[in-house]
Ligand binder design. Structure first.
Ligand SMILES: C[S@@+](CC[C@H](N)C(=O)[O-])C[C@H]1O[C@@H](n2cnc3c(N)ncnc32)[C@H](O)[C@@H]1O
Length: 155
């Protein structure tokens, strides 16, 4: 049976999530800054980061991606839901407008330090990961991705 470690810096978000998970003993919440967490090595079969990596500056997310890659088992998978900016055309302008507006709003209301979307795909590849699945929605503004270590499981 699966067990889940959730790392979340906000006690309010954890309180809400505890209600949603019905205080399940299969979910362990860690109220801490993911950048300062001590991650186990080759431990998790899956990592899920939805609209999370976009909270960090490029330097912070580079370090975090490396640490989380080390925390994945050899066959582990990493699921990502994120914003993205298509390469060209009106879809690029559309995504830039939405994402720029969201960063300005969240910087003003939450004290977010990141000012724009870090190059998540590039940093995942730098960490030695390969993308095995990709879907996009809202004209490429949002993407769902599956990443792995490229050890043959998905080839
Ligand atoms: C945009 S929300 C996404 C929440 C959820 N994954 C979802 O898709 O609805 C980003 C979450 O990351 C948390 N967060 C931001 N910086 C963090 C950090 N340094 N360490 C741990 N959690 C952090 C925020 O408190 C917030 O709950």
């Amino acid at each position: 049976m699966a067990h889940f470690d959730v790392v979340e810096i906000s006690p309010e978000m954890i309180a809400l999530a505890l209600q949603r998970t019905d205080n399940s003993d299969r979910v362990t919440f860690h109220c801490q800054d993911a950048r300062r967490a001590k991650w186990p090595t080759a431990y998790y079969d899956a990592i899920v980061t939805h609209f999370f990596l976009d909270c960090f500056t490029e330097d912070d997310v580079r370090r975090l991606i490396r640490q989380l890659t080390d925390a994945l088992t050899a066959d582990g998978i990493w699921l990502i839901g994120e914003f993205a900016i298509p390469d060209e055309g009106w879809r690029r302008v559309h995504a830039q407008l939405w994402i720029g507006t969201m960063y300005r709003f969240f910087r003003a209301t939450t004290g977010l330090r990141a000012a724009d979307l870090p190059p998540i795909g590039k940093l995942m590849r730098e960490a030695g990961l390969q993308r095995a699945g990709y879907e996009e929605s809202r004209a490429g503004l949002m993407v769902s991705e599956v990443w792995h270590r490229g050890n043959g499981r998905f080839e």
